[in-house]
Design a protein. Sequence first.
Lengths: 230, 407
Amino acid sequence: MKINLDQPAEHPFWFREYFLMPMPIGKKAVNLRELLQALRELDESVLYYHIFQSRMAISQSAEEYPNEFARWAAKDLQDAKLAEKLSSFDPFDYENLTQLRQSVVDILEEYLWDIQYIPWARYGFEFHFCEASTVVMNSHICAHTLPEFCEGLRNVGLGALFYHFFEARWRLGVRNVDDFSYWIEANFGLPELVAAIRGIDIYFYSLSEIRDTLLGLMHQYLGELCDRTQ
Amino acid sequence: MIGLNDYAPIVGQEVIDQLQRLAARLGPRRFVHINSTRTGGGVAEILERAVPLLQQLGMDVKWEVIQGDQEFFEITKAMHNALQGYKVRLSPGMLDHYREINRENARKFTWESDFVLVHDPQPAYLINFLRPQAKHWIWRCHIDASRPERRVWKFLQEIVSQYEASVFSMSQFAQNLPHPQYLIRPSIDPLSEKNRDLSTAEVQEVLDRLGIERDKPIILQVSRFDSFKDPVGVIQAFRMVRRHTPCKLVLAGGEAIDDPEGPRIFAEVMEAAQGEPDIQILLLPPDAHHDVNALQRASDIIVQKSTREGFGLTVTEAMWKGKPVIGGAVGGIVLQLRDYNTGFLVHSPEGCAFRIRYLLHRPEMARRMGKMAREFVLHHFLITRKIRDYLTLMILRENPTERVMEL
């Protein structure tokens, strides 16, 4: 299919900026049993922070663990088997945080059921619970066409990528649908590109890797014209 | 004067635009910072740079410094040590003196403000006298308060609980408090005299003036002469390294007027270094930023072997200069140094010695580590990010019931 890259979208895409302020709640877990108990009781915002938002707080690009529970299990409890289990579940399999919480609780309950001693963290390496507040606002970057969209993608901050690509999955409530693919589908069709974007396994990418992957897909499906600067 | 746009070549124009838009959405606000020293120590350094940048963003910012006598600063230093876990007892008379000095200072402050950020315990009690003068009172703790001494913390907890929010540098420092707590990572200013690029000639001029020869690899620790920075442990580590590999150690530190322990620790360090010609101890004035910059740039390995650390800005500074850093595995150092990646974490003088030797024998590894360290600081610990955090905090506190603020 021939794509007219200068075709304007019916609705332009406004990139939004996203600022995250982590909020420690002053509670900690020293061992796996305390982590389990806390996960049963604490607000869903705490779960959301440690599974999703924490990747906004400090770059984890060099780490192999996709959420903070798995990383704590590996690095501080020194329990590689538990870390593997906590790394392997897909948080996007669940429709809401209640279901997600139950799945993490199930993993920990099952693990604790079979072991003979409770893994403990050393002094100073406890798990400290956080949640976050966020500010979202329009950036000055707005795309009317696909080349403008690519240009915007290159220039927006990592917070915008988190908002449109991670946070959107919970906000839109449709599995694997993010703001970017939603806008492209609604304004230009392009089912193959849309499917490729929705096929990215985002759980294992840092935000800057997500940016590079998206730009790579745009280039692959739309050609060099999408690389030009308007 | 350095302008916001001067940061664009380092952090990118989009970051500067972002700050301007965020400030515009917030609108002009009156913002008062209060701490206990104008020079010396990380807090004063941060404020010196952050205040003008916030002003350029349209905020009406004041920086107030409380005054106190020797006894007051001995009491607040004891409080500081207690927050960092030392067993310290404060008598009722000492606590009365602490309150009285705060009361005297409060009389001098006649401003009215939208936000007040009170740094550390020294001026915390001011809220008791000045509360009607500002809409939002926030306490900023720069100290590693992960294991505070119980009685001293109970005393401070009662004071801090009167604030509407508090800010810590690490989640493990947060406490059981009846108000929201936030995390703001400290930061460095890449354009300050302490961090700006220096020419080879500028570095050499400082070394010549301070009498440091570059005949052997230089190991450096820059920090106040404070027992929590463990300068004596660094000397022990150096002596272990020297048995195997030639190198020299420079310990460079200043004194802050709110730290009465400095001279005693300095004397202990001098004694530990006695008889070792390859150890140079420099007592620098608090404004020797240019000299510290040159020393960091001239060094081969930088050490920050703290046993407690609020954050460790000297680590951030060294990383920004592309140097391999070996740090104590405490406080914010843990967040900055990732073993074999952005630096090394150690737990003892022996561990410190081992890593110094490792890096002296692997210069390629040291270079790679330094490069990754600089990149890490660029993304997380520069002053532009901190300014953004301040603006975000103000927006969030003006809308305390909102968890997601859409502007």
